[in-house]
Design a protein around this ligand. Structure first.
Ligand code: HEC
Length: 146
């Protein structure tokens, strides 16, 4: 399980990468896609853990990481990062309220998952995982080109 400092360092590193992206020529879209990919891997790990019947408490660290990631999510979408190799739709920037609502839904779901994990509440953890998965998909359906 990842500890608090580890999680904070990883989120900080992801945010740092955004700053470096311009200089390194990766571009904000590339950094965003790498960060999204990491969230996807974390979700897959959680799903594997749930299927394997692991105690929710042992998955709380990954849930907390996702909750912290959700806090930083808007930073992955700086203005002007809708060009280049990206599936992000321009409506992200033309409809900031709608986009913010999807971010808020993800924050709620990931926080609920972290709280349930810390409480060792297996049933709530599973429900919050599904809500998180729904929140990922809800944004993708509207704001990601398929
Ligand atoms: C508020 C909107 C939003 C939320 C919430 C969101 N995403 Fe995304 N995601 C996007 C957008 C937009 C893209 C396309 C990014 C691009 O191509 O620049 C994307 C792309 C991705 C990709 C593809 C990355 C690649 O390699 O191109 C994965 C994987 C992903 N998201 C996983 C997740 C997971 C897992 C969650 C939930 C834990 C999540 N996303 C939540 C908007 C969102």
């Amino acid at each position: 399980m990842r500890g608090l400092s580890g999680r904070t360092a990883r989120v900080a590193a992801a945010v740092c990468l955004l700053g470096l992206a311009g200089a390194a020529g990766i571009g904000a879209a590339g950094a965003r896609r790498a960060s999204m990919h990491e969230a996807g891997v974390t979700m897959q790990g959680l799903w594997a853990g749930i299927l394997a019947g692991k105690p929710a408490a042992s998955l709380a660290g990954q849930a907390r990481w996702l909750a912290a990631w959700a806090e930083h999510l808007p930073a992955l979408f700086p203005p002007g990062s809708d060009t280049g190799a990206t599936y992000a739709l321009p409506t992200i920037w033309s409809d900031p309220q709608g986009f913010a609502a999807r971010v808020a839904a993800l924050r709620r779901a990931t926080r609920a998952m972290a709280v349930a994990g810390e409480a060792g509440d297996q049933k709530r953890f599973g429900a919050a995982f599904r809500a998180t998965d729904d929140a990922c998909g809800a944004c993708h359906r509207v704001y990601r080109h398929r």
